[in-house]
Ligand binder design. Structure first.
Ligand code: ADP
Length: 260
């Protein structure tokens, strides 16, 4: 009846949007190679329809549909919603790349302990992942002045990578060490590691280790963005890794932000 009409037209418009999104993404991929400035603009263009898809799905999700057809459609709505979230994450990454390239990453400074940042970052990750366990070591109660949201984004990137690239190990160590006027944070995994000749390229945008890239999804933006965020704070980022043994990604953060 009325509800199935609504769902039918939802399906049609979702399909149309999916096609145009796919088209836009292919276009973005081609443009990425040519002009970075455009990525920011294109990402904004993509974000607008996504926001409306999401609002539409939320509306349908809240509606009380009573016929059976409607119930069958719910799992698809959930799946579509998950894809929308994934696309949104990709677009956020693309926007961050544009911001970093244009030197326009704004910071909202705050005082917080590294323990708080690691806890909030892991809450988000370990909600859905039960294969790995995180061990927090060192002096996590040290307080830094930084953009908490951005530092958590870096931690989420590094911890997610540590999990993703260590399928045969279950242990991740986050170590917090104060060093004079800065703090050094290390994320260690016991996973596949990185081949020696690739180490120098690992923080370049779009770079992915060729042997691993076929087995794991990703765009090669996480480390580039993470290092950009840390550099913007006046810190640095690096890696120690051995192929087949594991990796330690580290970053430093000044305890007081240089501009503050
Ligand atoms: P993504 O993981 O989305 O490809 P990143 O920028 O986060 O992008 O990482 C770039 C590449 O570096 C990855 O594709 C992977 O080859 C390698 N890499 C990153 N973190 C690790 C890790 N902890 N262990 C092994 N390889 C890693």
């Amino acid at each position: 009846e009325e509800d199935s009409d609504l769902l039918g037209s939802l399906a049609i418009s979702l399909n149309r949007m999916a096609i145009s999104l796919e088209y836009s993404f292919n276009e973005i991929k081609a443009l990425m190679a040519k002009k970075d400035d455009f990525i920011g603009i294109a990402a904004h263009e993509l974000k607008t329809p996504l926001t409306s898809i999401k609002a539409y799905l939320q509306f349908i999700g809240r509606a009380k549909l009573e016929n059976n057809d409607a119930n069958k459609i719910y799992p698809f709505i959930t799946k579509a919603n998950n894809q929308v979230n994934r696309l949104t994450e990709i677009i956020k990454d693309l926007l961050d790349v544009a911001r970093i390239n244009e030197n326009q990453l704004g910071l909202k400074l705050d005082n917080f302990s590294m323990r708080m940042a690691v806890l909030e970052a892991s809450e988000e990750i370990f909600n859905s992942i039960k294969t790995h366990q995180l061990f927090l070591e060192g002096d996590p109660d040290i307080v830094v002045q930084a953009d908490k949201f951005r530092i958590e984004q870096v931690l989420i990137n590094l911890i997610s990578n540590a999990i993703k690239y260590s399928p045969n190990s279950d242990r991740i160590i986050v170590d917090i060490k104060p060093e004079q006027d800065l703090v050094k944070v290390s994320v260690t995994d016991f996973g596949i590691g990185i081949p020696k000749d690739n180490l120098q390229y690992i923080f370049q945008r779009y770079f992915r280790v060729e042997v691993t890239s076929q087995n794991y999804s990703g765009m090669g933006l996480g480390l580039y963005i993470s290092k950009g965020i840390i550099k913007r704070h006046g810190g640095d980022m690096g890696v120690n890794s051995r192929e087949g043994e594991g990796s330690t990604f580290w970053f430093t953060l000044p305890l007081k932000h240089p501009g503050a």
